[in-house]
Design a protein around this ligand. Structure first.
Ligand code: EPZ
Length: 422
């Protein structure tokens, strides 16, 4: 297992290109199942999760061609070989459950493994099941798999979600495009990745209104055509790299950054005394001189503060001036980065879903363990400002969501290198 070695202390300066969004691409790829014609995605990120989703789609009979070094994904599913998503793939990546809605819509049947828990929580699928059942699907849990059937196809329905689940909104949205009649999703998730998926489906001929709001209305159609669609910018990668100069000092321009994707996050940076400038095609973050101020953060569904930036924000607050309070309201166990940051000298006390952080002048480098995707990158960010060396182990977590991280950070002056396992 590779590790990442960070030598702390260098202020940063330069440009970081932001890639296409992992969490948009993982929802856009299963959309190919909805049409017999080719769906081509451009600006796709080169990540191991995308490779995993490609493997899953190929196991269903989809042809996936990665071109331009993986930036372009040309997919076609004129004939499906299977409607079963196996446990060995789904357990590695929960987003595999996003084939459930499209398979039900197209084939009226699907067998999808329950993902099982992961480091940050139990990750159940009750909201997905409730929504698709409201549309006429019969779904039964047997031997760890969801066995779903929609006799005569799915029917449009009113689908109130008890929680604005991103994945459940995506499964329902895709399923509704081919259902008979009108579907109204209430309390829908509003994330930019949902908006991006709706735009792609509309390009394929779907009739959708209201994406990005809490109520999304879909008129089912008989069939969808192919399309070519650019994956939206990754707002979580963007926020992650915006924090690098805040922690290490200096100025970084994030190419492709858009304020509307990270508004709640930038509000918190402003509150912390950090300067963020928006240009026509980027966001520039600069912190010269004094430390950022402590701020309180509560994670919430979009447009609130994103849970996927909570760990990275904790790394920044560990060296901010004052006491901060971080409340994680989306996942039940998403503070595993805290004890690792404490090993680096951070002062953090976790009580249930709340972490109290008292900023310290300097962290000290140490060997630390990555436990999940966003925790691993928060440790690297912490290492940028720490005295001495920080060795982050198990970086396979990192490769799921960050393309060429060490290259992007080295290009702005950070001393970061990958240590290959023998
Ligand atoms: C998506 O996961 C993202 N993943 C996550 O990013 C992100 O943290 C999450 O949305 C919240 O923004 C992808 O898009 C591939 P949810 P998803 O359904 O869809 C509970 C990353 O780091 N819930 O909105 O699984 C669930 O347990 C990853 O890139 C149910 O109880 O998130 C969680 O507590 C991590 N029943 C909360 O809702 C359900 O049926 C939010 O889950 C579904 C969800």
């Amino acid at each position: 297992m590779d590790s990442i070695l960070v030598h702390g202390g260098a202020p940063l300066s330069g440009q970081i290109p932001i890639a296409g969004a992992k969490n948009a691409c993982l929802a856009l790829m299963p959309a190919t199942l909805l049409s017999e014609e080719p769906l081509t995605l451009t600006n796709a990120p080169r990540l191991s999760d995308i490779a995993t989703m490609s493997l899953l789609l190929e196991s269903l009979g989809v042809e996936v061609q990665a071109m331009a070094g993986g930036r372009v994904l040309a997919m076609s599913s004129h004939g499906l070989a299977s409607t079963r998503a196996d446990y060995d793939i789904v357990r590695k990546m929960r987003a595999s459950n996003l084939v459930l809605g499209p398979l039900l819509a197209r084939e009226h049947t699907a067998v999808v493994s329950l993902p099982g828990g992961c480091a940050i929580g139990a990750r159940p699928m009750d909201i997905h099941i409730e929504a698709l059942t409201a549309m006429g699907a019969e779904i039964e849990l047997r031997d760890g798999y969801l066995h779903a059937v929609a006799k005569g196809g799915l029917k449009g329905a009113r689908v109130p979600l008890r929680f604005a689940s991103v994945g459940a909104t995506e499964n329902t949205l895709m399923a509704a495009t081919l259902a008979k009649g009108t579907t109204v999703i209430e309390n829908a998730a509003r994330e930019p990745e949902i908006v991006d998926l709706a735009r792609c489906l509309r390009r394929m001929g779907a009739q959708i209104e209201g994406e990005g709001t809490s109520t999304v209305t879909i008129e089912g159609v008989d069939r969808l055509s192919g399309a070519t669609h650019p994956v939206v910018t990754d707002r979580i990668e963007l926020g992650t790299y915006m924090l690098a100069p805040v922690i290490a000092g200096g100025e970084v321009e994030c190419l492709g950054g858009r304020l509307d994707l990270v508004a709640a996050f930038v509000d918190k940076l402003h509150e912390a005394g950090v300067e963020v400038e928006e240009t026509a095609s980027s966001l520039i973050v600069r912190r010269n001189g004094d430390r950022p101020r402590a701020v309180d953060v509560v994670t919430a569904p979009f447009p609130g503060f994103p849970t996927d930036l909570q760990a990275q924000m904790m790394a920044m607050l560990s060296t901010a001036d004052g006491e901060s309070r971080l409340e994680e309201r989306i996942f039940e166990n998403r503070f595993m980065h805290a004890p690792e940051l404490v090993r680096m000298g951070a002062r953090i006390e976790v009580h249930g879903g709340t972490a109290h952080v008292t900023g310290v002048d300097r962290l000290r480098g140490a060997p630390v363990m990555a436990t999940d995707l966003r925790a691993s990158v928060s440790l690297i960010l912490a290492g940028l400002a720490a005295e001495g060396e920080t060795l982050v182990n198990r970086v396979y977590h990192l490769d799921r969501g960050y393309e060429e991280l060490e290259k992007k950070l080295s290009a702005v002056g950070a001393r970061v290198e990958r240590v290959r396992a023998e």
